[in-house]
Design a protein around this ligand. Sequence first.
Ligand SMILES: [Zn+2]
Length: 490
Amino acid sequence: VAGGIGASPSPPIEPVVRSTVDGVPVFFVEADGPTVAGLVFRTGIADETVQTRGVSHLVEHLALASIGEQHHQHNGTVDLTTTNFAVRGTPEEAADFFRTVCESLANLPLDRIRLEGRILRTEASQRSTGVAARMAFYRYGFTGNGLSILLEFFLNDPRPEPLVAWAKSRFNRSNCALWIVGTYPGGLSLQLPDGARCPMPSSTQIPKLPLPSSLPGGNDCVAIDYLSPRTSISTTVVRVLMKRLHAEVRQSKGLTYMVAGERTPLSATQAENSIWLTCLEEQAARVRAELMSILDDLATSGPQARELAEDLDGFVRHQDDPDARVQDVSYAAQCEITGMEYPGRAGLLEERRAVTREDCAAELRASLSTSILAAPAAAGKAPPGLAEYPMTCPQVAGEVFRLRAPKQGASESLIVGTEGISRVAPNGTAVTVRWSECVGLALEEDGNLRLMAGDGFMIRFKPDDWERSATVVQKVATQVAPEQQIGPEI
Ligand SMILES: [Zn+2]
C-alpha cells in the first residue's frame, strides 16, 4: 500500500554513545551546528511536600545565580520528576556551564536565598496553573504529582538547613545524567558530591476515589486524565486521539479552539496522560460528548490502519529533524535516571512498527477505567458509566462557630472537633479537613488561614470573620503538628 506501514525508508540512525564523566552517565550524539546539552537530575515537584514546595526550584535558581549574562543560551527548569540545566553554545561554553553549575550545586550561594526566593515568588505570580496540574490535583490531592498546583510555600521562609540537606541528598553524581548533541566538549568536568539515586516519587491516589469519575472543574475546557503503561502503544493512542479531536471537534464542528495534551512518567512502567480541549461554557456538554464518543470508538476499534500509518510516517520523517536528536538523547538521559530501559532510535522505530489497532484498543480500554473527566459545570451531571467525583465530605462533630456578620438568610458555619474541621455551606454540604489527613496549615499574607488535606480538600477562612476567632485559631493550632505549619506561626 502506498504510504502504508513499512513503506517509508528508514533514515540512517546514529547511535547514542554512552560514557561516564566523574561518575555521571553521559549520552552523546555527534552533530553539526551548536552544541546543545542538558544535565538532568532525578528530583522534582512530586518529590516535595506542601512545606517544601519550591525547594528544587530554589536550588536550581541558586545554582545558576553565579552565571550572569553570557553569550550562550542557558536555562534551568523543574518539572514533576526532574530538574534540568540546559545550554546551547560552543563546546567550550557548554563545558564551562556544567563546571559552574556543578560547583554551585556543591556549594550553594546561601547569602542569596532570600533574594532568589523573592524572584521566584514573582515568577510564580505571573504563571497560571496548567490543566494537567489541575487534573493531577484531582487524582492525588496535595501530595506527589498533585503538588504542582500549589504555591511554592518553601519560599515564604526559605531556611538554609533544609535547603542544603535537600541539595545534598538529590543533586549528587548518582542521581543525574548528562546529554549532549553537537561536538563533544573537551575538558568536561562534573564534580558533584557522592550520593544515591532517588527512586521515582510514589504518587498515591486519593484513597477511595471512585474511578472512572467526572466532576465540574474549570470553566474553559473539557479535560480527561488517565493512567496508562509507559509504552509506544499508549503514546500512539494519545497522538491519534489528539489528531482526531482536532479534525472532528475543531475543524469539522468548530466546537474547540485548542486540543492539547501532557504526559508525565510516574514510574519505569506507568505514565499519566492529560488531554484537554478548550471550549465555551455553552458548548461544554457537546464537547464532552464528542470527547467521550471518540474515546469510546478508539477503545472499541482502535485507530484506523490509515491513522497508524500516518503516525508511523510522521515519526520516520521527524528523524531527519535536528530536534529529533535532542529529543532522543535527552530521552536516553531521562530513561537512565527514571529507571527505564532506553530502546534506542532503532528500538523505538521497531516498537512503533509493531503497534496494532487491537493493542491500542485494548490498552486504552484498560486505561480508561482509571480516568477522571472534568468539564465546566454547564456540561451537567456525569455521563453514563462515570461516577460523580466527590466534592463534599461528611462533617465532623464538634464546637460550632458562626460568622460575625452572616449574609441575609445564609447560615454558614465552622465546626471544630477532635477529628477535624468542617466548613458547612448554607445548603448543608460540608468540606472537611481531618487532622489525621492534614498536610499543611498556612497563615497567608492577607490574614487567611488555609488548611490542606492529603485528599485535596481545603478550608480557607479569615479568623476575624468568625465569632470567638481566638478560640477557633487556638483549637486549630493545637491540632496541627508544628512541622505541618507554614510561614508565620499562628
Ligand atoms: Zn525559575
